[in-house]
Write a protein that binds this ligand. Structure first.
Ligand code: SAM
Ligand code: SF4
Length: 465
């Protein structure tokens, strides 16, 4: 599961062959929330008479769903917009729209620029897309970047564009209230709001009915999910652990994952719920960002190194075979060699199974950009990142070696990229395993004995339960 991949996720879809419909090509950058948002966008557009195409050259409308989390994410999108400009030169009727976080942050620059962009739509305004597209077809610029305190797209069934038919993302909340000092998300995606749990359970049930075997509940800080509803005279509160239980009970054969947990909000109650239901996967993504309490304070993360390690102890004692992954930012403002060493020592102490690691990228108008100097030189950031990546490489390898000789239940997700005789799937702990197909099918659960590993993958063969 790639939480922070900035790789283009170019959806393949042949949802309609109807050539009378205008065809929309959607390209998605950034986090899983964006992938799921593109599915909501596709659903809204199909309901308005558009068709989705996976072929850029075939498109009447090109939409790019963007990410602002780091500067390089934005640079890549500008590169793509330039390319769409070339497409537009050969086919001037094509409309180009920028969706998501960059639309929110850079609307003026996008519209002025090289006159490629016709449409700029923020993450809370996708219901307006058909109207804005019509305006753009009539030569006006279609703009809506208003953020909402209510919008959760609760009633929209996202059109699954990934074609694997096995695992799907389900957004349970939008926005973020945490205001980590380095982060642009609260500005581009607005305030936190939770989605009606009954619509979440309904969407999960629909997925099960269509053959899906795994859902990942998505939010920037899923542990702060909360919902209140009146039941007669009583106010009924639903927390994240209640929601997790409701989703786990939809079907015992449905795997349930979630992301992202914030260390300050991960309660023991959630851990006990995970331990109680076998179908809730034993994996927690718990971004630490830094091992230095001083830096965590400057980042406004609202936990200390000791608080984080206390959560790790709780995970280990309540769910002994739980894997733990994390996010790390290196080179944040004022970070010293001592702070850096504390990050390395925390990584060793926890023994993360996996990590996404980034150099700090100053984002305009965030608290850090306004109040702190981005004072760690680029070469120092690069060297520290290299050290962090090298250490994580060893930890990830060790985590895989520890699995050799063990048996795991694996959900078959697809054909291995390297061999058409092999499948790949994941363990409950979110580790990828490759094994010979035998007579099995994608979407089935099988038991796999791990016999070997590479730094990235477990290797095994199917065994009887
Ligand atoms: N909400 C999640 C959380 O708090 O952990 C994830 C948010 S963000 C989409 C994913 C990761 O990007 C963060 O955990 C952080 O490590 C990284 N990130 C966010 N802002 C960044 C910045 N300005 N520079 C470098 N990395 C950043
Ligand atoms: Fe950004 Fe912090 Fe919210 Fe995550 S929790 S989205 S890092 S502000």
């Amino acid at each position: 599961m790639d939480f922070n991949a900035e790789d283009a996720n170019i959806f393949e879809s042949a949802l309609s062959d109807d050539s009378s419909r205008s065809r929309v090509y959607i390209e998605t950058y950034g986090c899983q929330m964006n992938v799921n948002d593109s599915e909501v966008v596709a659903s809204i557009l199909i309901a308005s008479g558009y068709a989705i195409t996976s072929n850029l050259n075939d498109a009447d409308v090109i939409l790019i769903n963007t990410c602002s989390i780091r500067e390089n994410a934005e640079t890549r999108v500008f590169g793509r917009i330039d390319l769409f400009g070339q497409v537009k030169k050969s086919k001037p009727s094509v409309l180009v729209g920028v969706l998501g976080c960059m639309a929110e942050r850079l609307k003026d620059q996008l519209l002025e620029g090289k006159k490629v962009v016709d449409l700029v739509v923020g993450p809370d305004a996708y219901r307006e897309l058909p109207v804005l597209l019509r305006a753009a077809e009539n030569g006006q610029k279609g703009i809506n970047v208003l953020l909402s305190r209510e919008e959760t797209y609760a009633d929209i069934s996202p059109v699954r564009l990934d074609k694997n038919g096995v695992s799907a993302f389900v957004s349970i909340m939008r926005g973020c209230n945490n205001m980590c000092s380095y982060c642009v998300v609260p500005y581009t995606r607005g305030a936190e709001r939770s989605r009606d749990p009954h619509t979440i359970v309904g969407e999960v049930q629909e997925l099960v009915n269509s053959g899906y075997r795994e859902v990942t509940l998505l939010g920037q800080n899923v542990n702060s999910y909360h919902w209140e509803e009146q039941k007669g005279l009583v106010k009924h509160k639903i927390s994240f652990s209640d929601l997790l239980e409701m989703v786990a009970l939809v079907d015992p054969r449905l795997r349930v994952r979630f992301s992202t947990s914030h260390p300050k909000d991960l309660t023991n109650e959630v851990l006990y719920t995970m331990a109680m239901y076998e179908n809730i996967c034993n994996h927690i993504h718990l971004p630490v960002q830094s091992g230095s309490t001083r830096i965590l304070h400057l980042m406004n993360r609202r936990y200390t190194r000791e608080d984080y390690l206390d959560r790790i102890d709780a995970i280990r004692s309540i769910i002994p075979d739980c894997s733990i992954s994390t996010d790390i930012i290196t080179g944040f403002c004022t970070e010293t060699e001592l702070d850096h060493d504390m990050t390395l020592s925390l990584m060793r102490e926890v023994g993360f199974d996996f990590a996404y690691m980034f150099k700090y990228s100053e984002r305009p108008n965030t608290k850090a950009a306004r109040q702190l100097a981005d004072d760690v030189p680029e070469d120092v950031k690069t060297r520290r990142l290299t050290e962090i990546i090298e250490l994580q490489g060893k930890l990830s390898e060790q985590s895989k070696k520890n699995d050799v000789g063990k048996r795991f239940e694996v959900l078959i997700e697809g054909e291995s990229k390297k061999s058409k005789d092999e499948f790949f799937g994941r363990t409950s702990q979110n580790k990828v395993v490759v094994f010979p197909k035998e007579n099995h099918k994608i979407g089935e659960f099988v038991f796999v004995e791990v016999t070997d590993c590479t730094p990235a993958t477990l290797i095994g063969h199917i065994v009887e339960e």
